[in-house]
Design a protein around this ligand. Sequence first.
Ligand SMILES: Cc1cc2nc3c(=O)[nH]c(=O)nc-3n(C[C@H](O)[C@H](O)[C@H](O)COP(=O)(O)OP(=O)(O)OC[C@H]3O[C@@H](n4cnc5c(N)ncnc54)[C@H](O)[C@@H]3O)c2cc1C
Length: 557
Amino acid sequence: MKNGIVKVKTTPSQYPQTRPSTQNNSDVLIIGSGAAGLTLALSLADQCKINLVCKEHLTESATLYAQGGISAVLDKNDSLDDHVEDTLNAGAGLCNERIVRKVVSDGPQSIRWLSDQGVCFTQINGNQNTEKQYHLTREGGHRHRRIVHAADATGREMETSLAKHAINHPNINIHEKHIAIDLITGRKLGRKSKRCLGAYILNKTTGNVGVFGAKMVVLATGGAGKVYLYTSNPDIASGDGIAMAWRAGCRIANMEFIQFHPTCLFHPQAKSFLITEAIRGEGGRLRTPDDNKTFMSAYDTRAELAPRDVVARAIDHVMKKSGAEFVHLDISHKSKDFILQHFPNIYARCLDFGYDMATQAIPVVPAAHYTCGGIMSDACGRTDIEGLYALGETAHTGMHGANRMASNSLLECIVFAAEAARNIAKTLPEITLSERLPEWDESRVTDSDEEVVVTHNWHELRQFMWDYVGIVRTDKRLQRAKRRVELLLTEINDYYNHFRVSSDLIELRNLAVVSDLIIRSAMLRKESRGLHYTADYPELDHTHPPKNTILTPDNDT
Ligand SMILES: Cc1cc2nc3c(=O)[nH]c(=O)nc-3n(C[C@H](O)[C@H](O)[C@H](O)COP(=O)(O)OP(=O)(O)OC[C@H]3O[C@@H](n4cnc5c(N)ncnc54)[C@H](O)[C@@H]3O)c2cc1C
């Protein structure tokens, strides 16, 4: 083990085959069924055979829980230049302007494509005979109203509409409750070419590991919020794609930029239920819980409409200063009708927990929300490995820089999936499917008799990442975290080498790798920029031009 990074357990060429072949081939293997994976699948399905794999049920994804919406320039007072400029401002010098312009320019056509797939966004005229005019909301960092939404459950509307089409398409073969373990590359098979040839995938229902061969493999596995104790992300968000790509030899960029959403409902049973920024966009105020005072204007002139990182840090500061476990978010000055019309789901959910938003403030805390960094990929989603693409939150495209602007991420998923589809469709005819790939080998492992190692390490990891690598960092805290993650990586690797894989073990192994990447990236950045704030270097470093943090795997020789 070098630099604390777990190497792959078994290179299949080392060990004999133990099971009859179960190879499942397709033209394109898509790992992940959120906005990115489904958009790609639907864009390609008329031209080729697709295996679409997801860890849980088809729709379980971060996409499903997106509330606010998807950004696009549709208002006559808005312009592409303004959207580009707002995105670059949020990105604090690290966005790739070419990529930003491409994504922003494709916004209106992405909304049209979604609408053609049956996604029903909230309209202001509601008249089917007139041209659609969407209701646009405003969120932090956007200077105009440009968020297209489906009430406060945009992601659910998008995910379920796209999933319906995928289920009905004869060329899309869906594998639910299947978790990818590792990519199969030529390099791992001892060949010269490091082309991606497929993946090993555990069927969570049967416990069998299958070989999925493909001409092209796409990682659309979402983010890594589960690295942290408090997160708005669903359980699937364990950074699997980033860890798999890293082990396979891809570079990973900007992992120190983790966005903390300022407002998740604080309640023991709420499990990080997110309260959309649109509430602040529509006039919601943050208040101290003890004396009910607003505080945001003391931290930023934009007050409640400041970007997320500023709001999250302000809340963190207020909480740490007062010892409070939460702050209050108050929109009770608006009428009940207004709240029900704009936030029906959030209103109902808060009511379930005993809070009536129309008459009282609700308790909120920040939580890990979005992974800005990820697998380095180009304008078509191609990674460092031939035949391997990365799309959506798992990718680093240069769109978000040091800080993602709200509602730009769903747009990025759609635009890059469409671009990757064009590139894949063009390239597929030149590729022949690889011969039979080696089976997964379990001849040297046994069933675990110490599951406690997995549960203990899972909690320990997420706790120290929250305490030491959270909203405010210091060199000392990062060093502490580094020592702990190295120990955990050794332990987890050892466990992984001796026991049969399980879903929890696969995720824990990936969480540990991703944590290590976050810590190492944070240690390399000796300044505070965008989402990375360190008390030891509280200012921007003006002595050098802004630079991405790029980690290259040791095995990439
Ligand atoms: C609560 C919440 C609210 C949000 N609100 C907004 C918003 O309003 N606007 C906006 O633009 N963005 C929002 N975001 C961010 C946005 O939802 C995500 O960035 C986006 O949905 C990511 O889409 P994706 O397709 O990349 O991944 P996801 O939608 O997360 O899908 C990941 C897929 O990968 C699969 N997967 C993961 N690992 C494996 C594996 N090892 N094997 C097999 N399958 C695997 C999962 O099962 C899942 O199908 C929000 C995020 C959250 C959590």
